[in-house]
Design a protein around this ligand. Structure first.
Ligand SMILES: [Zn+2]
Length: 74
């Protein structure tokens, strides 16, 4: 599928990405999320089904698989 960003000649390609959500001041990272990523600009599309699964996962408040160090750029 062609990229939806105006003027970008890229195509979306099925990949596994790391998805970051900021929720109630907390950063939550979900790894190995299936997504369509543009090969040129990196625009990422999640299928509605994937978005739904992420919402369910966040509601479950399961114990995280690991803790990620978070650094401020500045
Ligand atoms: Zn693109």
């Amino acid at each position: 599928m062609k990229c939806s960003i105006q003027g970008c000649p890229g195509e979306y390609e099925a990949r596994s990405v790391m998805h970051t959500v900021r929720r109630e001041g907390q950063v939550i990272v979900i790894d190995h999320v299936p997504a369509d990523v543009c090969t040129v600009c990196g625009d990422t599309l999640l299928q509605p089904d994937t978005v739904r699964k992420i919402a369910t996962l966040l509601q479950q408040k399961r114990q995280p698989a690991s803790r990620v160090p978070l650094y401020e750029f500045a």
